[in-house]
Design a protein around this ligand. Structure first.
Ligand SMILES: [Zn+2]
Length: 225
């Protein structure tokens, strides 16, 4: 009887924990975000949108050593370069969703340029007094049966990263995962793991693509603002 009660509790708790988790980023869902053509009437010139520099600031790391730590440091480096580039600004401001509109899904009524400004402002919901910083509290965990790459919940700054995926990821994929989870930390969500047009997913994909280019051709520098 006691065992039975425990399993019910486990099931209920897992369901709660799952629905509470903000992220279920799946590796196999590769998606290429589109950009509005500059000749389109709704294209916004990036120079008309304000931006401040945004720096990665590591607050705490749990479970990262040796090669894992090196990979994470590389991810921080490329992430910071990408978010401060003109190309990133253009791609977020002029992001075109799968319906052909210049808008993110689950955007809370914000335009692309407002989402870009919120992103570059760097004020996490639970850490609003550190403008200009992407603050990271990260924990590496191992759950081999799970299909979740990383997750976080609204009540904590902690971002959990699954070793099962992390171990095979390149630094560009780690950077994308960090960006996805951090976009949750500044208040954006997705309705499901299939909402590719949401800010966490689309921004994650943009960063993955740009970080991959930066890593494979380091001489082809990302144009910094
Ligand atoms: Zn997510």
């Amino acid at each position: 009887m006691r065992k039975w009660i425990f399993s019910i509790f486990t099931v209920l708790f897992s369901t709660f924990a799952f629905s509470d988790a903000q992220c279920e980023m799946k590796h196999q869902n590769k998606f290429k975000p589109q950009i509005m053509n500059s000749s389109n009437h709704s294209y916004v010139h990036p120079d008309t949108v304000l931006s401040n520099p945004l720096f990665v600031k590591v607050m705490s790391l749990q479970g990262f050593y040796n090669d894992n730590l090196k990979k994470m440091e590389k991810a921080f480096e490329v992430l910071e370069k990408v978010v401060n580039s003109d190309e990133f600004k253009d791609r977020v401001v002029n992001f075109k969703n799968t319906k052909g509109e210049r808008a993110f899904a689950s955007n809370k009524g914000l335009s692309n340029e407002q989402i870009y400004e919120v992103f570059m402002e760097g004020r996490e919901t639970l850490r609003p007094n550190t403008p200009g910083e992407m603050n990271f509290d990260l924990r590496l965990y191992n759950r081999s049966w799970s299909r979740v790459i990383g997750y976080t919940t609204p009540d904590t700054n902690l971002i959990n990263i699954n070793w099962k995926y992390f171990k095979n990821f390149g630094a560009h994929e780690v950077a994308a995962n960090l960006a996805h989870e951090w976009t949750h930390k500044i208040g954006f969500d997705h309705s499901s793991a299939a909402e590719h047009d949401s800010a966490p997913y689309a921004i994650g994909y943009i960063i993955e693509e740009m970080a991959a280019k930066l890593i494979t051709s380091p001489t082809q520098k990302v144009a910094l603002q």
